[in-house]
Every structure is written in C-alpha cells, then in structure tokens.
Design a binder for this molecule. Structure first.
Ligand code: PHE
Length: 349
C-alpha cells in the first residue's frame, strides 16, 4: 500500500474504516487543477484492501483524464466503498449515511454521483448527510436522476465518430454492435442502437437480465465466454474494467472498441496491442463522459435536458479530434487522447 501511494501522481487519498460494518471507504482525489474533485462512488467487495485502493486510484485518474480531454471544468476523483464479503445489507443505508457525513466534513473537496454498485436511490440516502455535494439524486429529491442514459448517449455519439472513421459514414444502420453489460449504461445504449437500425448483440452475466432481454427478438444473446471471439463491427464494453488485455486482444474479431466502461485497458500497452491489430479504440475516458457532463451541467449550470443532450453529443467531435491527431502523428488513439488531457492537467504534453 505504501508503494502504491508513493508512486501515485494524484493529490491525496482519504481512507476511513467503518467499524460498524467492516467496510472501507476510500476517496481518491487525483487532480483538481481544472475544478472540484468529482467522481462516482463504486461499492463492491474486493479481494484485498490494496485492490480497492488501487481501483480507487485508477478510477480517479480516469476521471481527471475524462474531464480534461473534453475540456470540462472538474477535477478527477472517485470513491470506493469496499464491502466485507459477509456484508449485512440491512446496514447499507446507515453505512451510506456515515459516508455522506464524511463527504460533508470534507467541505467541498469531493463531490460524488453513482457508479457501479450505487444508484440514484443511494444518492438520496447519502445526501441526507452529505448535502450539497451529491449528484444524481432522484427527481423526487430534486436531483437529475440516473447518469446512465446520458453516458449511453455520449457513447452512441462516439460510435458515430468511429463509424465515420471506419466507413466514412457516421450512421450505425446495419452495423453489428456487441454490447457487453446491460446495466445503467448498456441498456439505454442498446435502445439507441436499435433506434438507429444497428444489429445489436448483447452479453450479460446476470441471469434475470438475460432472460428479460432474450424476449426481445431483435437482440442476439452472446455467451460471456465467447464475447471476444464474436465477429462484430464495434465491441462496446459497458461492464467492469480491465477487459482489454494481452489475452483478450489477440482474440478480438471487431473493427473497433467503443463502450462506456471505465478503465477498459488492463495496462497502457494494450492500446498499442489494439492498434497493432488495426482495431480502432475509442479511449474510454473520452467516450464515457456523457453522464457526468450532463448531470453536472443540469445540476450546477442550469442546463435543460435538451442542452445537456447537445453538450453530450460533443463526444463525437472530441473523438474525431483524437482520431485525427493519432493519424497525423502516427500514434495510437490512447496516447493521442492522453496527450491532449495531460497538456490541460499538467500544463505539458
Ligand atoms: N459513474 C460516473 C462516471 O464514471 C460518475 C459520475 C456521475 C460523476 C455523475 C459525476 C456525476 O463518469
């Protein structure tokens, strides 16, 4: 853990042990040069505390790059609530209230919204003690609700840039898209793709969700074990991170990867592996800003839903710019995006 903290280029990490549940609360603030540290709260179990810390650090760094590459005035941060394996879910609401209190005590150093394992309902509970630093409360509680649909809209706009690059035509009509994960981002993304006339394949590990989606005869189910070798135009990872790595990349049969999950690459070298296979990669932090952008805009800048959608559609231009730089400089798209973000985060490329 000491090694991890020493070599991290972020600003600070706040760690609290919640004695009443055995959960660890970790808030990682990566870079606040562009604004207040803002990122979702991920709640799940980890193998070790170190894994949880590492995840929080990686995810908060991802948020810094996310805002920077899109020139959005927020700083990178993320929270992880690492639950014990025997977590008693009846204690969940009180844990969230104690977490909210911690956020309140930080006095504006960190603002949060939902992420994997948390929802707008959870944000309502956290905001009981954490106000006014909580995004995505339910509309009944005065919030803008779930960020998933806006993230999906941004991913969809990014896919248009991908199609433009691949086929000289932004339309997704008749394009074969495999969506991995049908949660708060994957599900609305599937709807947008169907509306656009794409051929949609989906993969999901949750049995109940699979059964429900299988009722839709427009969708084709892909078993989670065969995701990587299934031929498609675009693979859209919308579940957990690390899925693009030295084992999976050689198996891919897609032309592009463009999806909403955070931290899709297991390591930076994977971007080079993808470009080595001529697979166009839409850097995750560039394509998945939609949710954060729309919600922050609506809740703090008075954007209407229509204005938010318009801003989110700028993901397409951001990606076009990244692809153009990558091509002009002969570098992969991840390196190109990082270069843009770094110049804004650290004042140098
Ligand atoms: N899960 C969102 C993301 O990764 C987090 C978020 C939502 C942050 C809403 C701020 C507001 O971008």
């Amino acid at each position: 853990m000491e090694q991890l903290l020493r070599k991290w280029d972020g600003e600070e990490v706040i760690i609290r042990f919640d004695k009443l549940t055995g959960a660890w609360i970790i808030i990682a603030i990566h870079n606040t040069r562009l604004g207040i540290g803002t990122g979702g709260t991920r709640m799940k179990s980890y193998q070790t505390l170190q894994d949880a810390l590492q995840d929080a650090m990686n995810l908060s760094e991802g948020m810094s790059y996310k805002y920077a590459v899109s020139n959005f005035s927020r700083g990178g941060a993320k929270a992880v609530i690492a639950l014990p394996h025997n977590f008693d879910s009846t204690k969940r609401a009180d844990l969230l209230r104690r977490y909210g209190k911690l956020i309140h005590q930080l006095g504006g150093l960190f603002e949060t919204g939902p992420d994997v394992g948390t929802s707008p309902d959870d944000m309502d509970i956290i905001s009981e003690t954490g106000d006014p630093y909580i995004f995505c409360r339910t509309p009944q509680k005065g919030g803008a609700g779930d960020s998933g649909p806006a993230t999906a809209l941004g991913v969809f706009s990014g896919m248009q840039a991908v199609c433009e690059q691949l086929f000289n035509d932004p339309s997704l009509k008749a394009k074969r898209v495999l969506v991995q994960g049908t949660g708060s981002v994957g599900y609305p993304l599937i709807q947008l793709l169907l509306e656009a006339g794409a051929e949609v394949l989906f993969s999901e590990i949750d049995e109940a969700a699979v059964t429900q989606l299988r009722n839709n005869n427009k969708l084709t189910f892909v078993h989670p074990d065969t995701i990587f070798e299934t031929p498609c135009d675009i693979l859209a990872p919308c579940a957990l991170g690390g899925i693009l790595n030295k084992d999976t990349i050689p198996r891919l049969k897609c032309l592009a990867v463009a999806g909403g999950a955070n931290n899709q690459l297991a390591e930076p070298a994977d971007a080079e592996r993808l470009s080595g296979r001529q697979i166009l990669y839409a850097p995750d932090y560039a394509i998945n800003i939609g949710g954060a952008m729309a919600i922050i805009g609506m809740e703090t800048m008075g954007w209407s839903q229509a204005e938010a959608d318009q801003h989110v559609a700028s993901v397409r231009q951001t990606l076009k710019h990244i692809f153009a730089i990558a091509k002009a400089e002969g570098i992969n798209t991840d390196v190109a995006a990082r270069r843009i973000a770094r110049s804004r985060l650290f004042g140098k490329a």
